[in-house]
Design a protein around this ligand. Structure first.
Ligand code: PLP
Length: 458
């Protein structure tokens, strides 16, 4: 066998071994960063090594520091696992090595991405003619959408941002909810909008923007170019802004409406949960991730912009506006060279079909409801969220006990929940985002929480 064949076989073997045993591993890594730095560190060897041997060595050194994210009991942050078709397609993307910025050259991968984008708009109930830019994740998608929004609202105010820049431009107001994701502030910063410039609208106890407060904010800045940023799926509670009420309010004031639906927009793919995103199709731009609810590998977010010309205005590569006619991927986001990151999304969607996506979303929700119901029966545990979608938030009788439970769960290794603050109090968040999670994974997690909580009882 040649070097390449043996190296790929070694990678296949190591991947299979990791995935076959992922549910038996402690979910949180056993080795800290220092240990891992030692494992990988030392001086750069003078001489190279055989490719297959390098892969064997890599797998062996990494093992104690790997997180069991593809297993059934990783509930931290909001990050899905990987569907088999998506994982295998991701391998092919690397083997094909297609630089997928140009639709003239890499026709196969650009077409697969474009079709995946169309399927996603269809599933999410968004306009079919929207531009879908494949970016690394929702952070970059929020940036792309806010950049497109800023161009558009300034153009309407008679200002060409591409030529004249931000200095001296008319003011732009960015109205956001009190419980927006932190990536919105960061995206705003990339667009030259500072933290003190944000107009923050109050939210209710679950994190939903209050319509009366939005209305007041819109009135207060009448006549100013305005972007309103809504949210479908709050990371702690899973709550959705009342989109169907908020979008018309913003539209009455000629605002651009952006919706950050990194994981929550996928509710629209389920007939029984679709009501959560009602009205979303009337917005101007949408952020979503495939690496969360759709369960493809990382490096797959979508920046969806209703009018492709608005995305192109912010990101076109050449000086010629007519490049928009070809809608090259590099005109829809900040990168030039990039991998064909949308291909695994095509494979995931092809493997699930419309009904399979609906079943996946329903199952994530059902897992969250099962977890909630079981947790409510555990002495000392309070569920703090209403669980409309996939997020469950809990706490114990005080902050110290809640944090101690969080540490104990990670040390125990049965499951991973991550800690946070909600309304000034310590909480633990559980995100049901993995296709691999079974009912017995939920029950094992609740059993571990009950066992560890009993040890903490004052
Ligand atoms: C996860 C998340 C983001 C950031 O997504 P990345 O893919 O990690 O960049 C933004 N907004 C919301 C609501 C999220 O849940």
């Amino acid at each position: 066998m040649d070097d390449r064949t043996r190296a790929l076989a070694a990678a296949h073997r190591a991947a299979q071994e990791f995935l076959d045993t992922v549910d038996e591993r402690p979910v949180w890594p056993r080795a800290g960063l220092d240990e891992m730095l030692t494992a990988f560190g030392g001086e750069l060897p003078e001489e190279g090594a055989d490719a297959a041997a390098v892969i064997d060595e890599l797998a062996e050194r990494a093992s104690p520091g790997l997180v069991a994210i593809p297993g059934g009991r990783f509930f931290g942050f909001v990050i899905g696992a990987t569907l088999p078709a998506a994982l295998a397609a991701d391998w092919l993307v690397s083997a094909w090595d297609q630089n997928s910025g140009s639709s003239t050259m890499t026709t196969a991968t650009v077409a697969a991405e474009r079709v995946a984008g169309r399927w996603i708009c269809d599933l999410l109930g968004l306009p079919a003619s929207s531009a879908v830019g494949f970016v690394t994740g929702a952070q970059m998608s929020n940036f792309v959408c806010l950049a497109a929004a800023q161009h558009a609202v300034l153009r309407r105010a008679g200002w060409d941002l591409t030529r004249r820049g931000l200095r001296g431009a008319p003011p732009v107001r960015l109205i956001v909810g009190g419980d927006r994701h932190g990536s919105i502030d960061r995206a705003a910063r990339f667009c030259g909008i500072g933290a003190d410039e944000l107009v923050v609208v109050a939210a209710d106890d679950q994190g939903r923007m209050l319509p009366a407060e939005l209305e007041a904010a819109l009135h207060a800045g009448e006549g100013t170019a305005t972007i309103v940023c809504l949210q479908a799926g709050e990371v702690h509670t899973g709550a959705f802004d009342p989109i169907a009420r908020l979008v018309p309010l913003a539209k009455e004031h000629d605002a651009w409406v952006h919706i950050d639906g990194a994981f929550g927009l996928w509710a629209a793919a389920s007939p029984s949960l679709r009501h959560l995103t009602a009205g979303a199709a009337d917005a101007d731009s949408w952020t979503t991730d495939a690496h969360k609810t759709l369960n493809v590998p990382y490096d797959c977010g979508m920046a969806i912009v209703r009018d492709p010309a608005d995305a192109v205005a912010a990101f076109r590569t050449g000086g010629d506006y007519l490049m928009y006619a070809s809608l090259d991927p590099w005109d829809l986001g900040p990168e030039l060279s990039r991998r064909a990151r949308g291909v695994p999304a095509w494979a995931a969607l092809r493997s699930l079909g419309r009904s399979g996506v609906a079943r996946l979303v329903d199952r994530l929700h059902a897992n969250a409801r099962r977890l909630e119901a079981r947790l409510r029966a555990v002495d000392g545990v309070q569920v703090v969220s209403e669980v409309p979608f996939t997020q469950v938030m809990l706490r114990l009788w005080d902050d110290d006990a809640t944090r101690a439970l969080g540490d104990a769960i990670l040390a125990d290794g049965t499951a991973a929940l991550t800690g946070a603050q909600w309304r000034g109090r310590a909480v633990l968040r559980c995100s049901m985002s993995s296709w691999a999670t079974t009912e017995s994974d939920i029950d094992a997690t609740v059993a571990a929480i009950a066992r560890l909580t009993a040890r903490l009882t004052p």
